[in-house]
Design a protein around this ligand. Sequence first.
Ligand code: AP5
Length: 583
Amino acid sequence: MAAIATTATSAASPTHRSFSFPCSPPPPSLTPLPFPRRGCAVSIHSKNIRIRNPRSKGLRRVECLAREPLKVMISGAPASGKGTQCEMIVEKYGLVHISTGDLLRAEVSSGSEVGMKAKEYMESGRLVPDEVVTEMVIARLSQPDAKEKGWLLDGYPRSPAQAQSLEKLKIRPDVFIILDVPDEILIDRCVGRRLDPLTGKIYHLKNFPPETEDISARLITRSDDTEEKVKSRLETYKKNAEVIFSTYMDLLTKVDGNRPKEVIFEEIDSLLQRICEGKLAPVKSIDLKLGSSSQDNWRGIPTRLNNIPHSREIREYFYEDVLQATQRAVQDKRFRLKVEINIPELNPEMDVYRIGTLMELVRTLALSFADDGKHVKVCVQGSMGEGALAGMPLQLAGTRRILDYMDWGDYGAKGTFINIGSIGAKEVDEHDDIFILMAPQNAVGNCIIDDMKAMTDAAGDRPVILINPRLKDLPGSSGIMQTMGRDKRLEYTASFESCYSFRLLYYAGTQYPIMGALRMSYPYRYELYKRLDEPSGKEKYVIVATFPKQPTIDEVNDAFQGKPRNKEKTASGGIWGFLSGIF
Ligand code: AP5
């Protein structure tokens, strides 16, 4: 065995993932989605959007039905888990897996001329010369099965020259996945890796030990899996990564590879499903008639967000987006929810802030829940404090009255299914099913949280939805921060689960141009998007990374720059700032 030092004498076959190529099992035809799609008929009224009969549920196919086969590149440091994820991707999507490491190892094993050339490089942990690898990859990509089934390119391109070779041939993937794993974990993974020469399956002595003693006895170790060689491979990877990533900037998705392999795959799977559906029906960024009842057919971030005031089309797009997320969360019996939507018109720190937009959003939510037969209480806080300290936040002044006068549709919903109230325990009536609290916030020196707490306690297990709350403690007029019970209040506000979050990203200290956006729609992950201008002048948003919880500014900066997560941070704040500054 050339490039492979065996720990078992019986190993006679080519090893590692060599056998998985090019044959892969067909994808299973039916698998339930984690969240069933809801069959919603969307009707647009003059002032709002209603979703009717969101009841029917169903299963959907997971196979990629796209007209064009799926093309995926997967990259990551040595032992970041590319091979492990590829096994799962191939099993589900039936793509042709092209691993340059496997191809080269097979050449070395067969003693071919290419193998003879490659052997020395591989054993020392260096890259095999570009021309050798590129020729192999291009030949493999041009075979009919890769064209028909789609491909999964693993470990290529690995140098700027390799990336350029593909670019020249206009070979581009649909997505470029980067598995992100801290260095210290990589070394442990390599040193503990073992391969089954019979099945090509990848094991790890600690993480994924072999199932039986027979398998254990035949496992082999790769000759480049020593600590010293891994360090050198890692160095080479880091040296080239930035340039390669910049070639695929508009297609990058960074995935946290330091989690259980099934969890990682779940994220990749959901990404690939979205791509498959996108290929089937590329949709305009705004087209309300199509409707959108789940993340899987979400139409992407609308463009022209810096044209403010926003058009009705843009406003209605976001009302619907918030509505979908909120309905999913309520359906899942989530009771303490918050919506944070910071498009310019809903961001009080911008001079285009419009309370009317917020009221329209609240009306859309309330009418939709009322349509489902729920009694909705829409609440706006009244005056807080006493004597000289009495007052309320300026932004909310007069809103209660305007809400009363708003057009609530021709169906007599207001006064029956929808009622307007303020914030406090006494507002909770027995027949109320759901409470929507419009922009609850502290006024200088006064804290709304105690009233909110009393109200939510009285609401029990009925949903309470905060829309754009601003609940950080504020100093009193004397400049003194109210400290009594502060911890308890903060703990309480944190108990509300985000069901929708959207904010635009700008270069620190500016509000133009938009650099990207961060979006979360229950029950999905936070998605970081980068805004790009196409040569035609059109703008578009491409996904750069996803996060299980709201990322920090540093994490956003790193993802934008394609840096590994654990990299030492630069000056505080980074170069990207969030417009609202709430983070
Ligand atoms: P190649 O085989 O591609 O090696 P690599 O990129 O270094 O990647 P690995 O195969 O080591 O790791 P992996 O990311 O697939 O991780 P795995 O899933 O096995 O290339 C080898 C050599 O060929 C190169 O050094 C170079 O010389 C040459 N070469 C290849 N392509 C080239 C190119 N384009 N140009 C020039 N030369 C090229 O997982 C690793 C371990 O971790 C396993 O034990 C696994 O069980 C475990 N593990 C996986 N996922 C998890 C998880 N989530 N949690 C815990 N453990 C996990």
